[in-house]
Design a protein around this ligand. Structure first.
Ligand code: ZN
Length: 482
């Protein structure tokens, strides 16, 4: 039996790594995993928010099946353990593994089965002067714990294989960066040379044609509200900061892989690198992630390397995968399978990574949104069939009636929603049918939910740069006296 090392980054979008052609990041360690292995290029997060997606991928159940549909706060999630939902960690232990998890959890019981060490926060100053917070401090602690774990194996025979998870917080420190640079601000430090350019979908001139929940993300989400007043150059600084936190992530991954080498176990270890969800990277003038399903936040990197993975050094962009596939994949490597799989569960990515299978083997993947903290409730769903993406929100007022439709082949930047385009009505209707089929097959009661956002969060002129006043988390906490 081989060992498994799963490395997770938090909030890393699919193309913000060197091996995906990004020239503004320095990710030699991630690139080395890719060059010695293979990347799955079309992998989607089933909920672009930490808590819900983590509870989901540790159990192989969709967020509406786990009952974890928010990041917590005022919104009460269900607990995975109390519900008796089988977890990946339990299954790996049953398969004979030492399952151990280091770092970020935010799992609502989803990590049940894994041995979990108390997290260590190690504070330090950034040599380049960037603002650091708990995300970076926890990563330092996590990396040290993983290094210690692997180094202590050196020259020993393991009595059982390990399934270790190095769960890093970065580049999530970008959320703290915004808090440090609210509104128009002076230049933070950045390396010599030009700032990273803005993406070609930075301008959001299709906003009138988008769902109301998307139009007013600034009123529901603190980080988007805090960018009100930013200039275009401020967004370039955001990108520079984001790339800096990615560089830090990669350096920690380098240390983790170095200690794996020292353990003497590298040759017998399959390594998987992924992220839980992405980041908006200034596309449409959006930062971080909230109530939307665009490629930047839902599409994540997925790299396989090491034992059993042929060296291919290429992206397989013809498949269609989901983080729902993580648990079945790790089970496949471990020679087992998840018990009590629910409708909509994933399948193993391993045969694709080894080259045994290829192409698109499913009709669609889905992603969900309900609420971040409970201050606004904005239920939404995405269905991506590969070429096309359909989204549906329950707040079905305005021109869009709560729907979006994109042709990702012709419009990879999702600049124009095609809901009203006569040329796309047949495809749109086909996707509406697929969506209804998905709801029925998985028992998703999305249509029976209701949205909830006060008029004050739908009041200003359209555009995130038009945002005024307190956003929902700040206003609701203020009136609750928190
Ligand atoms: Zn607003």
């Amino acid at each position: 039996m081989q060992n498994i090392l799963l490395i997770i980054a938090d909030q890393l979008t699919f193309d913000a790594i060197g091996c995906r052609g990004n020239q503004y990041v320095h990710t030699p360690n991630i690139d080395s995993l890719f060059n010695n292995g293979v990347g799955l290029g079309r992998v989607y997060s089933q909920y672009p928010l930490c808590g819900p997606v983590r509870a989901s991928f540790w159990t192989g159940r969709l967020p509406h099946q786990t009952g974890v549909v928010s990041n917590g706060g005022d919104y009460q999630n269900k607990d995975i353990v109390e519900q008796g939902i089988p977890t990946l960690g339990q299954q790996l232990v049953k398969a004979g593994y030492h399952a151990i998890h280091f770092g970020k959890n935010h799992d609502y019981g989803g990590l049940n089965g894994f041995e979990q060490l108390p997290r260590e926060e190690v504070a330090f100053n950034d040599p380049d002067g960037w603002p650091l917070n708990y995300d970076s401090f926890w990563d330092e602690g996590t990396t040290r714990q993983v290094e210690h774990y692997f180094r202590s194996m050196a020259d020993k025979t393991l009595d059982k294989p390990f399934a270790a998870v190095a769960d890093l917080n970065n580049p999530h420190n970008i959320c703290g960066y915004i808090g440090e640079f609210i509104g128009e601000h002076d230049n933070p430090p950045y390396p010599d040379g030009p700032l990273p350019p803005l993406p070609d979908n930075f301008a959001f001139d299709d906003i009138a044609n988008r769902p109301r929940s998307v139009q007013y993300i600034c009123c529901a989400h603190r980080r988007q509200a805090q960018t009100a007043g930013w200039t275009a150059e401020n967004f370039q600084h955001y990108l520079a900061a984001y790339y800096h936190y990615i560089d830090m992530t990669d350096r920690n991954i380098g240390r983790i892989l170095g200690s794996l080498d020292e353990s003497g176990q590298r040759e017998n270890t399959t390594i998987i690198f992924m992220a839980d969800h992405g980041d908006n990277v200034a596309a449409r003038g959006m930062t971080t992630k909230h109530t939307s399903f665009y490629e930047q936040t839902t599409r994540v990197p997925m790299i396989f390397s090491g034992k059993g993975i042929p060296q291919q050094g290429k992206w397989l962009d013809d498949g269609l995968f989901s983080l729902m596939d993580l648990a079945p994949t790790l089970c496949d490597i471990a020679g087992t399978s998840m018990p009590d799989a629910q409708p909509g569960h994933g399948y193993s990515m391993l045969p694709f990574a080894t080259g045994e299978k290829s192409g698109q083997q499913r009709d669609y993947v889905v992603s969900q949104w309900h609420t971040e903290w409970g201050y606004t409730i904005e239920p939404g769903r995405m269905l991506c069939s590969g070429r096309y993406k359909y989204t549906r929100y329950l707040e079905d007022v305005g021109e869009s009636r709560g729907e979006e439709f994109f042709d990702l082949e012709k419009d990879p930047g999702e600049k124009r929603s095609l809901i009203h385009d006569p040329a796309y009505q047949d495809e749109l209707n086909r996707h509406r049918q697929l969506f209804n089929q998905y709801l029925q097959e998985t028992g998703d009661d999305f249509l029976s939910h209701s949205w909830q956002a006060k008029d004050r969060y739908r009041s200003h002129a359209l555009g995130y740069n038009q945002h005024t006043g307190l956003c929902a988390p700040d206003f609701e906490q203020m009136i609750a006296g928190k």
